[in-house]
Write a protein that binds this ligand. Structure first.
Ligand code: B16
Ligand code: MG
Length: 206
């Protein structure tokens, strides 16, 4: 491994709880309930696609303009919640693992669907541990398309085959496989498939 490419939500930090709180409020404002099980379908999925899934749960159709408004509303609620993030929000072992990789000369990139990724890394106090950031603003095709990880390897000046991807979503594992990277799955519930190795958190790898 010459490069390590990390997904964000579910690998480095559990932002899914904040996404869920913000989506749930939007659903309530639109007059329906959005459950935790529904929220599982949004993990690793882009903001607009997440809104479309939520609207399908509530049986609501809307114009693109209206969707943009709702997505922006959800995001401002989510941004408020992100103010709660700090170094203690990191998932177990994350910072020591990143530091160990750096000490071993491994290059580090982020490969996330989130457009808020740079802000989240700043709030967690770990931006300076990354050599490259590929976020939701930098890609046009969502996972399972390999674009996010191919860009990550390119920014690290490495062959994708020399990179390992750390992922918690099945679509992310498929994207990493299509990119030709090695894959370590962060799998707390034993539900992921087709990775090279499975751990419950990055701390397991120390
Ligand atoms: P934003 P990841 C993903 O992060 C989340 O898992 C997903 O639930 C969210 O909709 C997506 O980011 C977009 O986030 O609204 O902040 O742009 O797992 O790819 O790091
Ligand atoms: Mg994820």
């Amino acid at each position: 491994m010459k490069g390590a490419i990390f997904d964000l939500d579910g690998v480095i930090v559990d932002t899914a709880v904040y996404h869920y709180a913000a989506w749930k409020e939007l659903a309530a404002a639109l007059g329906f309930e959005f459950t935790e099980a529904d929220n599982e379908r949004l993990k690793g999925v882009s903001r607009m696609r997440s809104l479309e899934i939520l609207l399908s749960v509530g049986n609501i159709t809307a114009s693109q303009e209206q969707k943009e408004v709702w997505a922006a509303e959800k995001n401002s609620r989510y941004l408020k919640l992100l103010e709660n993030l700090n170094e203690n929000s990191l998932l177990p072992g994350t910072k020591p693992f990143l530091q160990k990789l750096r000490a071993d000369g491994v290059k580090i990139a982020l490969g996330s669907a989130s457009k808020n990724a740079p802000l989240i890394l700043d709030n967690l106090g770990i931006t300076d541990l990354f050599d490259a950031i590929v976020d939701g603003n930098a890609v046009s095709k969502a996972k399972p398309d390999p674009e996010v990880f191919l860009k990550g390897a390119e920014l690290l000046n490495l062959d994708p085959a020399d990179c390992v991807v750390f992922e918690d979503a099945q679509a992310g594992i498929e994207a990493a496989r299509a990119a030709g990277c090695g894959i370590i799955a962060i799998d707390k519930n034993g539900i992921l498939k087709e990775a090279d190795r499975y751990v419950t958190c990055l701390g397991d790898l120390l």
